[in-house]
Design a protein. Structure first.
Length: 204
């Protein structure tokens, strides 16, 4: 090449490295800022449990919405969650498996969808209230006597119902039942009495 070009070429291209930073002012890579539309990509697992009491009839709406929030946590609800007709749906049940319900009343027979939820519960509440009143030790039928008897009342077991006056307020029932949804039905896990859980072994 030297003779053809009429000049001597001194090649030094291998003597040092050339960086593109010497010629171009490249911008630094910015961290991506997530928006609300990216929330579905985030799994929320720092919360151990969430208590979500709902009103009657809201389980179908919330049951389809909860999976969108990617909550890797324990969902705890009130008795209004207990609707197997809704919970056993394919787009709801798998996401709510392990749902725990805290309730003062439970009867395994009302897992059937062929009954009126409100009427069934009203009947049993009336039955258990009457049974509780009959069990009281009363000398007469005066209101004050009734109040004192209720205040001195101890642990009572009814039909799907447990009663134990609270230590801090003996007019409040401190016995709560713990139910768990296994994806197909509710299992009666135990009775939470004051600060202790009395486990129930299911033989169903």
């Amino acid at each position: 090449f030297d003779e053809a070009l009429g000049m001597e070429i001194d090649s030094i291209d291998a003597l040092f490295d050339v960086s593109v930073d010497d010629y171009f002012n490249l911008p630094k890579t910015k961290e991506q800022i997530m928006t609300s539309s990216d929330s579905a990509k985030v799994v929320l697992e720092t919360i151990k449990g969430i208590y979500l009491p709902i009103r009657y009839g809201e389980v179908e709406f919330l049951g389809t919405q909860l999976p969108m929030y990617n909550l890797d946590t324990k969902i705890i609800g009130n008795l209004n969650w207990k609707n197997l007709d809704i919970l056993k749906k394919e787009n709801i049940g798998p996401h709510l498996k392990g749902l725990t319900i805290i309730s003062d009343f439970y009867n395994a027979s009302n897992d059937s969808i062929d009954y009126d939820f409100k009427l069934y519960n009203a009947y049993h509440r009336g039955f258990n209230t009457a049974r509780l009143l009959i069990s009281l030790n009363m000398k007469d039928t005066k209101r004050n006597t009734l109040l004192k008897s209720l205040e001195n009342n101890e642990y009572q077991v009814g039909k799907g119902y447990y009663y134990l006056p609270s230590v801090n307020n003996n007019k409040i029932n401190s016995a709560s039942q713990v139910l768990e949804f296994d994806g197909n039905r509710f299992l009666h896990k135990g009775i939470f009495i004051r600060d202790s859980l009395n486990t129930i072994f299911n033989h169903e």
